[in-house]
Design a protein around this ligand. Structure first.
Ligand code: B12
Ligand code: SF4
Length: 455
């Protein structure tokens, strides 16, 4: 029987890179919620498919409503797949990070754009189409209605209030995804299996470069019992060995994280996990509790090695002394430590960038990524450079050395790439040479000078 709702993840993995791939949790959450209201739901996850296959599966399914996810790197394929669905369904709807921040960009190709948290908006939309409630879509909050759906004019039905208690949502519908494909990809490339989970939604901070329109600044967290129950399911039912917590702010309160760790230990969940953390919320007590509960890796958003850049340009509200202390504390607790840095934030100079390069290469990090600033629509960073934007959409995910400047910068991409290469090289050499690294100090001074001279 045809599905009431077909949810499409329009991402086609090229198979060439070796990066993380996860079933999209947003779609899995919508699927489980809508299913709990009695609708038939299917998911078309294109990660391991090719486009032709996806197009013909959409046509064959003939679902009543087709919902397509989109983030920055998927706008064109989301639109292509929407076009493929158009003739065989009653409505094509869009949702996810890009449609939430730029509904107008999707209203030509889609009938409805769902802005923000999707579970209840989609369920109420299906109720209308199914005749369970009176048919006018303007009664459903969080929808942008296209001209086709609204008598020739675009309209917005008003903001969707956030659900207060996240425990009310059923766990994401993992049964709708092909775990064997994900797991064999992980085994082949990493030697273990890992999938993602989210324990909270939203973040009360306002870092200048960070984009969060789906859940905004209101922070909501699931109860420790509810989180641990899902961890058990991921481990025991789906067989994943590791979990990556994809939360924007995994550690927001010491009390909560310690309770969560105690619950994991109490329930004896035999799974390793990793998460992101801010440095100001991380101390020895938290680190030890996390390690005991199976956290083997923590990744910090350190961003810069200069306090002025951190507070005045990035609004990160941390200091480099806190970064250094958090990394050391995590190492002492026996965790692997990763970090993110941004090099060349608008307003930076040679000195501040060299401080970042030095911090990244001197801290005892197991891994770090350094990128150029990426202005995501809707952020302070984007506002600062919007009149200098040269490219907008990222056709493909950008990793490693693949970076590209999306705006006309005071620094060349070549200089920033050189800075990133210098940070990586210095860090490798320090690790290799230990105390003998002093012998390479002239090399560091020479490359500092070269970096300064580049435009
Ligand atoms: C996990 C993750 C990844 C994973 C995998 C993605 C996946 N398969 O899930 C990895 C690590 C591979 C990844 C990579 C990238 N990511 Co990413 N990623 C995330 C992260 C941390 C969590 C996503 C998640 O699971 N959220 C939890 C679920 C429950 O929320 P949700 O997805 O928003 O879904 C809700 C609503 O959006 C809505 N909704 C979602 N989908 C749909 C669909 C329909 C039809 C409807 C109606 C509603 C709806 O309802 C959902 C439930 O409430 C987010 C940040 C975040 N916290 O959201 C960034 C995020 C989505 N990524 C982002 C970016 C930029 C990237 C990269 C482009 C970065 C790069 N290095 O190049 C790549 C591109 C990858 C690709 N494949 O093309 C940005 C997107 C910004 C934007 N405006 O589009 C985000 C928001 C991070 C950020 N703040 O910068 N990412
Ligand atoms: S970077 Fe992290 S702490 Fe800052 S606003 Fe984004 S999610 Fe919150």
């Amino acid at each position: 029987m045809a599905a009431d709702l077909l949810l499409v993840f329009p991402y086609f993995f090229d198979g060439r890179s070796k990066h993380w791939q996860f079933p999209p949790l947003g779609l899995a959450y919508i699927a489980s919620y809508v299913r709990s209201r009695g609708y038939r739901v299917k998911v078309l996850d294109c990660t391991f498919l090719d486009k032709q296959e996806a197009v013909s599966l959409i046509g064959r399914e003939r679902a009543r409503v087709v919902g397509v996810y989109s983030m920055l790197s998927m706008v064109s394929s989301a639109k292509e797949l929407a076009a493929a669905a158009r003739d065989s369904c009653e409505a094509v709807i869009a949702g996810g990070p890009m449609p939430s921040s730029y509904p107008a960009m999707f209203l030509k190709d889609f009938d409805v754009v769902v802005q923000g948290e999707g579970e209840i908006s989609v369920a109420e939309l299906l109720d209308k189409m199914d005749g369970r409630s009176e048919p006018h879509l303007d009664g459903v909050k969080g929808l942008w209605l296209s001209t086709r759906m609204n008598g020739g004019r675009v309209s917005f039905t008003g903001g969707r209030p956030l659900v207060k208690d996240l425990d009310e949502f059923p766990f994401p519908a993992r049964d709708l995804f092909d775990h064997s494909a994900y797991q064999s990809y992980y085994r082949r490339n990493f030697g273990y299996t890992m999938t993602s989970m989210v324990a909270s939604r939203g973040c009360p901070f306002s870092c200048d470069f960070c984009w969060r329109p789906d859940y905004g600044r209101v922070y909501r967290v699931r109860s420790p019992e509810n989180i641990v129950q899902e961890m058990e399911e991921v481990r025991n039912k789906w067989g994943y060995e590791r979990i990556w917590f994809a939360d924007e702010l995994f550690i927001a309160s010491k009390k909560h994280i310690i309770k969560l760790c105690e619950e994991i230990v109490k329930q004896r969940v035999d799974v390793l996990w990793e998460c992101l953390s801010r440095v100001d919320l991380f101390d020895a007590e938290v680190a030890n509790a996390m390690k005991k509960a199976g956290c083997y890796k923590v990744i910090f958003g350190l961003e810069s090695g200069d306090d002025h850049v951190l507070s005045n340009l990035m609004n990160k509200k941390i200091k480099t002394s806190q970064s250094i202390s958090a990394v050391k504390t995590a190492k002492k607790a026996g965790m692997q430590v990763g970090a993110f840095f941004i090099l060349g934030y608008p307003g930076e100079n040679n000195q501040t960038m060299l401080k970042t390069i030095r911090l990244a290469s001197t801290l005892p990090l197991d891994y770090f990524s350094m990128t150029v600033p990426y202005p995501l629509p809707g952020t302070g960073l984007y506002e600062k450079v919007q009149d200098r934007m040269e490219a907008f959409e990222w056709e493909k995910p950008m990793h490693g050395w693949d970076h590209k400047l999306l705006f006309k910068h005071d620094f060349s991409l070549e200089k920033l790439r050189y800075g990133m290469w210098k940070a990586k090289t210095q860090s490798k050499l320090r690790k290799k040479l230990g105390p003998f690294y002093v012998l390479l100090k002239p090399y560091e001074i020479y490359t500092d000078l070269k970096f300064k001279r580049m435009n």
